[in-house]
Design a protein around this ligand. Structure first.
Ligand SMILES: [Zn+2]
Length: 244
């Protein structure tokens, strides 16, 4: 493709175009970084852990509730046993019938055994409740730590995104400025090439800066023989070449 313009202008425009491409690539990179930040893996795993903690906490709470229900049942039975023991003891003191006395004594013994079992159960239950409380506090503490960590993580992401946005806006502006300094003819050519990958590269010695291929000496000689006011293209990748 021919290029209408003088060699000096073309060189200037190609320099701008190369810079323009650099800014476009930077913009793409920033957008990818922002996308990665938004689906931040570390924060996502913290959120999952937090969810696990909440599940742990609710199962711990229902366990505690069950223990307290058991404790209430034992206390109720204990007071019934005490009441019956009182009744039986006073009846034992007043009865004159030996058979009744034996039967009452038998019941008192049974009630005392039951009272002992209930006391033991209560002690065991209290120990379980105490350890359950400890577990509860530990989970609660873990959840608070995770919440704090997640909050910090979110804050860090927010700051990083703000930085990216600022950089992105500056790059967009620079890209617009550079684009406005390049002729439409050259832009049409570049846009077509850039949509497929790299649109322009510097020719360094015999290497194309767009595809990094080393050109054959024949190809290179052909390129160097082209007038300076004509566009050069890499015979390997088709990108516009800038003479250095
Ligand atoms: Zn190339």
């Amino acid at each position: 493709m021919g290029f209408c313009g003088d060699a000096v202008n073309l060189e200037k425009e190609l320099g701008s175009l190369l810079k323009y491409q650099g800014v476009l690539l930077e913009i793409k990179k920033l957008e990818q970084q922002a996308a990665v930040l938004k689906t931040n893996a570390a924060n996502e795993s913290l959120r999952e852990k937090l969810l696990e903690k909440s599940t742990e906490l609710s199962s711990c709470l229902s366990k505690s509730e069950a223990l307290h229900r058991d404790r209430k049942r034992i206390l109720e039975e204990q007071s019934l046993v005490v009441k019956r023991l009182d009744q039986d003891s006073s009846r034992l003191k007043t009865t004159a019938v030996p058979r009744d006395a034996i039967s009452l004594q038998h019941e008192i013994d049974t009630l005392n055994r039951r009272a002992a079992i209930l006391s033991e159960e209560l002690a065991g239950l209290d120990a379980e409740i105490a350890s359950q409380n400890e577990i509860h506090h530990r989970i609660e503490k873990g959840r608070e730590d995770l919440e704090r960590e997640l909050e910090l993580g979110r804050e860090a992401v927010k700051l990083e995104l703000e930085e990216l946005r600022t950089q992105h806006a500056a790059d967009k502006k620079l890209a617009e400025e550079l684009r406005s300094s390049i002729s439409d003819e050259l832009l049409v050519e570049f846009d077509r090439l850039f949509a497929r990958g790299v649109g322009i590269g510097a020719l360094r010695k015999s290497m194309c800066g767009a595809c990094n291929m080393t050109l054959t000496s024949t190809a290179l000689n052909n390129l160097l023989a082209t007038p300076k006011d004509s566009l050069l293209h890499c015979p390997e990748c088709g990108a516009i070449l800038v003479r250095e």
